[in-house]
Design a protein around this ligand. Structure first.
Ligand SMILES: Cc1cc2ncn([C@H]3O[C@H](COP(=O)(O)O)[C@@H](O)[C@H]3O)c2cc1C
Ligand SMILES: O=C(O)c1cccnc1
Length: 377
């Protein structure tokens, strides 16, 4: 007898993802209304607690801690087009800074009590082995997405599977919330291209100033994103399948999603997408950071739409594409502090808020239990 082919980690992960459980969400909603506070007084936090319960398929949802942050680092061929004011070496230099504990992400992680893992999925130079560094280099950076596909399909899958493996390891070691992080000079250009390709929005609305380009470079950056979409045959369409109706098979939708990711994404985008998928497959909530994570979440959602039920938007970055990505995903950011850094900083800041929303459901007394009289009518 022939053996059944072993499913790839990617397909296995996608197959394991379930949408939110409506019963657990309804139970959470009802419990929320019995707690000793005026109904609705916790605003957005009430919705967050209900979402967490639906995602966990149990009410109340477990408090999403301990959390773990993974910062996926990679370089970008499109850097050669002059889309970032920073030299490419800064990616590797910042990896060393993360490992030495000297970046903003380290300070915020220390504040939140969250351990940091740094993953090399595509840094252009060789990085010396170091504690806290996971080496999963798929390539020495991507090809220039404005001249043709940034990655091969195989490279995109390898990076997705690196992200899946990192998520599985962190969850295996006890993480109950995954926080996404990125490092890659020029990755806001790839993010804009991904967001335009998946949402159908014009590059004018998805491209931002990244680390801070001047007006001339900003106009050039928008043109580069346009060229990337045109050369890869992605102009003027939303590629996530949402507008295609039910006629397209799930497999065809996945292939299209993968093609977009490989064409204009970065290796860190693909790895973050895999990381998100694996969190969702394990029903571990994924706290998303900024525009790079938002673009990766669009890729993950195009591969497996139910993944969105397991994502929480940590914050909204200043990059215009981030708001476009979040609105396409139907996610509301917890924090808006006009950050534009990445690294996982926005996700880290939001983690105590996410935990507070979940903790209310475990620790706040009901009107009955506390003997507090409910309002009349
Ligand atoms: C010192 C430094 C630290 C960073 N930490 C995150 N980024 C952020 O900026 C980069 C994307 O912006 P752009 O597309 O304009 O190059 C990414 O590496 C992102 O993580 C940094 C950038 C720099 C320069
Ligand atoms: O939105 C972000 O996360 C961001 C913005 C600028 C540069 N790097 C990341």
């Amino acid at each position: 007898m022939l053996h059944a082919p072993t499913p790839s980690p990617l397909l296995e992960t996608i197959a394991a993802i379930r949408p939110a459980d409506a019963e657990a969400a309804a139970e959470a909603r009802a419990h929320q209304d019995r707690l000793t506070k005026p109904r609705g007084s916790l605003g957005v936090l009430e919705e967050v607690a209900v979402r967490l319960a639906g995602a966990a398929a149990v009410s109340p949802a477990p408090i999403p801690e301990p959390a773990a942050l993974a910062i996926f680092a990679a370089d970008h061929g499109v850097h050669a087009r002059g889309v970032s004011p920073w030299p490419q070496e800064v990616t590797a230099q910042m990896v060393a800074n993360f490992l030495a504990g000297g970046a903003v992400a380290n300070a915020f992680a220390a504040q939140a009590g969250v351990p940091v893992t740094v993953v090399d999925v595509g840094v252009a130079s060789d990085l010396p082995a170091a504690p806290g560094l996971v080496s999963r280099k798929v390539a020495r950076g991507t090809a220039d997405l404005s001249r043709g596909p940034a990655m091969t399909r195989e490279q995109a899958v390898a990076a997705l599977e690196a992200g899946i493996e990192v998520a599985r390891d962190l969850i295996g070691n006890g993480a109950r919330c995954l926080i996404t992080g990125d490092m890659g000079i020029a990755n806001t250009t790839a993010s804009a291209a991904l967001i335009s390709a998946y949402t159908g929005r014009d590059p004018e609305h998805t491209t931002g100033r990244g680390t801070g380009v001047d007006d001339r470079t900003y106009a050039h950056k928008i043109r580069v994103v346009r060229e990337a979409l045109a050369v890869n045959g992605l102009a003027g369409q939303g590629a996530d399948g949402s507008r295609e109706g039910a006629a397209e098979s799930a497999e065809a939708r996945r292939e299209r999603a993968l093609r977009v990711l490989a064409a204009v994404g970065g290796l860190e985008h693909a790895a973050i997408a895999g990381f998100i998928l694996a969190g969702a497959a394990a029903r571990v909530p994924v706290l998303l950071d900024g525009v790079i994570s938002g673009a990766a979440a669009l890729a993950a959602a195009a591969l497996a739409p139910a993944v969105v039920d397991h994502c929480v938007a940590g914050h909204r970055s200043v990059e215009p594409g981030h708001a476009q990505a979040l609105s396409h995903l139907g996610l509301r950011p917890l924090v808006d502090l006009e950050l534009r850094l990445g690294e996982g900083t926005g996700g880290l800041l939001a983690h105590p808020i996410l935990c507070a929303a979940a903790r209310v459901m475990h620790e706040v007394a009901t009107f009955d239990a506390a003997g507090v009289t409910e309002k009349r009518g």
